[in-house]
Design a protein around this ligand. Structure first.
Ligand SMILES: [Zn+2]
Length: 468
């Protein structure tokens, strides 16, 4: 089935079901939902993402990786496509490719697409830009390009399959908590170290979107958690704790697709870590929290979808000069040297950026859920603040995802930026998709928050009548 016929078919199914629903005199919201899962594990050995110290390709598969798509459509035809990936990142060019196809072939807007990654550190590298591919030997480069092409195809086929499966559905929200994430920024005499900090801020919420068919059978479980998928650094592909959690839920609920959505876990690690047993254990803990959520009273989602998508222009502080970079390029540290050389190339080509358009998205599921999707490796302060400012008695439940739509850098809060360390700007030299000149300016949190607040406000207003 080609794209156009997919869309026509999906539209046809939708029209029939709406008329049936109204004929039976059911409530005004007639949700449609379709879900699909496609394997994206690379064939054979592949270079892996996540740790700069990796020095050889993968040598096996411990647990397959998946791209999963959920399409939901409200009674007026507004559609949301949620794609979750067992991958390190959602590179901007990957999102752009998927978005353009959905805009052209399915008549959607960018705001109708959410893409989130689990940030597993045991998945393949995803190199989507010239700078990310430069310096690789020809064989590795060829493999990296081929993987991205196959990934794009598989994601689109997963979305198409979800559209084809659109059928009447019931949506509800539930939540629980899980405790294995801990803040990983420990203050020390020499600055903030990557080490468990029991006093540090955490967000232990486990939000759950439950999608059932009209018989009450669960078809999809979308669940979130704010914690790096860094239990492991194996050379065998796997989705870390999030991969195991999804696997356990799908085993326990045959016929259901479980989708993990990463929260603002930029400064959160799973503890303890470093063994396969612990990754499975954390996966089991998270799956158990989801099962607990499924036993709580369901908050039925009625009403309509409202979506908004914009960018916030985040600025970089202290863009280095050519002389500074030439000096740094002499460094004995191979990462500093490589970073300086990449920046020098951007400078010479006239492409060195001084700001970056970071995507921000807000989705309202009726009056029940206010969903905010943030870009980059957003630290936990963002989800805590957005929930503190928007979660009101009797108002919608607030769900904040990080690692969405374009994962190009760590995004610190003002607090983390001022404290310094890895997430504050120290990690910039390891970023591959976008070559960035250093830390963000101190207004980073306010730039992002003011854009979020605009979208929260815009989606709160009633939609104009479609027949005007
Ligand atoms: Zn990370």
């Amino acid at each position: 089935m080609n794209q156009r016929s997919t869309f026509v078919f999906a539209t046809l199914v939708f029209c029939i079901s709406v008329s049936l629903t109204f004929a039976e005199g059911q409530p005004e919201t007639s949700w449609q939902a379709g879900v699909s899962s496609v394997k994206i594990t690379p064939e054979g050995p592949a270079w892996m993402a996540g740790y700069a110290s990796r020095d050889k390709p993968s040598d096996g598969v411990e647990l397959d990786l998946f791209a999963k798509s959920l399409v939901v459509r409200d009674g007026s035809g507004e559609t949301l496509v949620i794609v979750t990936l067992d991958l390190i990142s959602v590179p901007g060019p990957l999102r752009k490719h998927i978005e353009e196809r959905l805009v052209q072939s399915n008549g959607l807007k960018p705001a109708n697409l959410v893409m989130n990654c689990s940030h597993t550190h045991c998945g393949p590298e995803i190199r989507t830009t010239g700078s990310a591919l430069s310096g690789l030997d020809p064989e590795r480069r060829e493999k990296a390009v081929a993987y991205v092409e196959s990934l794009q195809t598989r994601i689109l086929s997963s979305i198409d399959a979800a559209f084809i499966k659109l059928a009447p559905a019931k949506l509800s929200f539930q939540k629980a908590r899980a405790g294995f994430a801990m803040n990983r920024r420990l203050p020390s005499d020499t600055g903030y170290r990557n080490s468990p900090n029991p006093e540090g801020r955490v967000d232990h919420d486990v939000p759950v979107l439950r999608v059932e068919d009209t018989e009450g059978e669960i078809k999809a479980i979308v669940f979130g958690y704010a914690c790096h998928n860094t239990t492991l650094g194996l050379y065998q592909m796997n989705g870390d704790y999030a991969g195991y959690a999804q696997n356990y839920l799908e085993e326990a609920h045959p016929g259901t697709v479980a989708m993990f959505m990463m929260g603002c876990g930029g400064d959160q690690n799973p503890y303890p870590r470093r063994t396969l047993e612990l990754a499975k254990q954390h996966g089991r803990t998270l799956a158990t929290a989801v099962e607990a959520a499924l036993e709580t009273p369901k908050r039925a989602i009625t009403g309509s979808l409202r979506v908004a998508f914009e960018t916030a222009d985040l600025k970089y502080a202290d863009v280095p000069t050519r002389d500074q970079l030439l000096e740094q390029a002499q460094s004995a540290n191979k990462f500093d040297k490589n970073y300086a050389e990449r920046l020098l190339k951007e400078l010479e080509d006239g492409t060195l950026i001084t700001s970056y358009p970071a995507p921000v998205q807000v989705v309202r599921f009726g009056d029940a859920v206010l969903f905010v999707a943030l870009p980059g490796e957003t630290v936990v302060d963002y989800s805590l603040r957005i929930k503190r400012e928007n979660q009101k008695q009797g108002g919608p439940d607030v769900w904040v995802a990080g690692y969405s739509n374009d994962v190009f850098a760590y995004i610190p809060s003002l607090r983390v930026l001022l404290e310094g360390g890895y997430e504050a700007g120290g990690a910039m030299k390891y970023m591959t998709t976008v070559v960035q000149p250093g830390a963000f300016t101190p207004d980073v949190e306010e730039l992002l928050m003011s854009r979020i607040n605009e979208l929260v406000k815009a989606t709160a207003e009633p939609l104009p009548s479609s027949d005007e």
